[in-house]
Design a binder for this molecule. Structure first.
Ligand code: MLT
Length: 411
């Protein structure tokens, strides 16, 4: 008899963004005339930068020629890309990494979901709340969650609330945890923490032989000085942190798929007997067994991000979306609704008006002004009463959405 992994049965019906898509589709079917503006999922809308397109074209031609054709590549990524990552994303910020500490992959969603796999089932997980649901669901699948309570919390996970009350600054856990998921700039709240606050987490991890899984997918959106672009800017982080980076949000690769994970060789996990084991070696073993590498063509596209033209073009993309973020922040705030985030991130987190719950506000926006956002509670219990809008729409749609919202919720 093929027994299933029953942890899957514990998972709520569907993944958050699938549930939103289902509800929007049902509304659309019932109201085919509705001009729906989607500011829900954080998916980019501008095309790939010209430099990337050129890189992709050249690589396609190379694949057509026997002399330059490529079959299987190195699972960890081609040196031409690893070297650029090390030089541009880290060396420029005073961080020294070796190319064999970088693993190129197909997305931060899969990377952050998969990474837990190399840790013991007994690992105590801490997550900020609200949180990107992938960190939670992947640990539920792995059997580390316990049971889901009526309060929306898994019994074996440690929740670290990040709400307006604590200015979205996570406080260190009072019980000992082993694996800590942090994401800054934060998805979903769009907020950041200072380097001093981040240092507290690095110190905690060092003192507790814990590891931080640091999702920096939105680092390109940082505008303020005192916010770390990489956790390795913090002293000691190379001993305790794994960092996830993506080409999705800075260079428009959501449909093209390319990301990477940084696994410094100093980061150690431990056997039951207390022996230190290099996480880098375990991840390399896992990666080579389960992944055949990002396609050469895609890696050539990613490499082009680091050309002079590529750098200028991704800067312009980020500016485009950040102009939307400003428009959303200011527009929503002008109605008296409280807004957060959107300064160093493409997400705006707002407090639902009149104490409405997140899903009721979702329904109200969808049915009354035909705008799709993401209910805060979908990201965790502390997200109840909040709502997320993304700045990744087109300028025109964002303007129209703000016009509708300011009319609907006029002060
Ligand atoms: C989100 O909307 O939170 C993100 O787009 C999801 C993702 O990047 O996978």
């Amino acid at each position: 008899m093929a027994l299933i992994n029953e942890n899957y049965l514990k998972l709520p019906g569907s993944y958050l963004f699938s549930e939103i898509a289902r509800r929007v589709e049902a509304y659309k079917n019932a109201n085919p005339e509705a001009n729906i503006i989607r500011l829900g999922i954080g998916d980019v809308t501008k095309p790939l930068p010209e430099a990337v397109i050129n890189g992709l074209h050249t690589a396609v031609d190379e694949m057509a020629d026997e002399k330059t054709f490529k079959g299987y590549g190195p699972e960890q990524g081609y040196d031409f890309l690893l070297e650029k990552i090390v030089a541009f994303d880290f060396k420029t910020r005073g961080v020294d990494l070796a190319t064999d500490e970088i693993f190129v992959s197909d997305g931060s969603k899969s990377d952050t979901a998969n990474f837990q796999e190399i840790f013991s089932q007994n690992t105590k997980i801490a997550i900020t709340d609200p949180v990107y649901p992938v960190y939670v669901d992947s640990n539920v699948m792995a059997g580390r969650s316990g049971t889901l309570g009526a309060d929306g919390k898994w019994s074996d996970m440690v929740y670290i609330p990040c709400t307006a009350e604590n200015a979205f600054v996570p406080q260190l856990p009072t019980e000992k945890v082993d694996l800590i998921y942090l994401c800054f700039p934060n998805n979903p709240t769009g907020t950041t923490i200072t380097k001093t606050e981040l240092k507290k987490w690095v110190d905690y991890a060092k003192a507790n032989q814990a590891i931080i899984l640091y999702d920096a997918a939105y680092e390109a959106y940082i505008q303020e000085e005192d916010v770390a672009h990489s956790i390795y800017e913090i002293d000691g982080a190379k001993e305790v942190a794994i960092e996830f980076r993506s080409f999705s949000k800075n260079a428009g690769f959501t449909g093209t798929r390319c990301s990477y994970v940084v696994v410094p060789k100093q980061v150690m996990g431990y056997t039951e007997a207390g022996d230190p084991i290099e996480i880098n070696k375990l991840w390399n073993r896992r990666h080579c067994t389960k992944f055949n590498g990002v396609p050469y063509i895609i890696q050539k596209g990613a490499e082009a991000v680091y050309t002079e033209a590529g750098q200028a073009q991704i800067k312009a993309l980020v500016e485009y979306y950040m102009t939307n973020a400003k428009m959303i922040r200011e527009g929503v705030a002008s109605t008296g609704i409280e807004v957060f985030g959107g300064v160093n991130a493409p997400y705006i987190w707002l407090k639902t008006p009149a104490g409405m719950d997140s899903w009721s506000f979702f329904d109200k926006l969808l049915t009354e002004v035909n705008i799709v956002g993401t209910p805060g509670v979908g990201f965790g219990p502390s997200g109840e009463g909040y709502f997320r809008l993304t700045a990744f729409g087109s300028k025109e749609n964002t303007e129209e959405a703000i016009r509708r919202i300011t009319t609907e919720f006029k002060l």
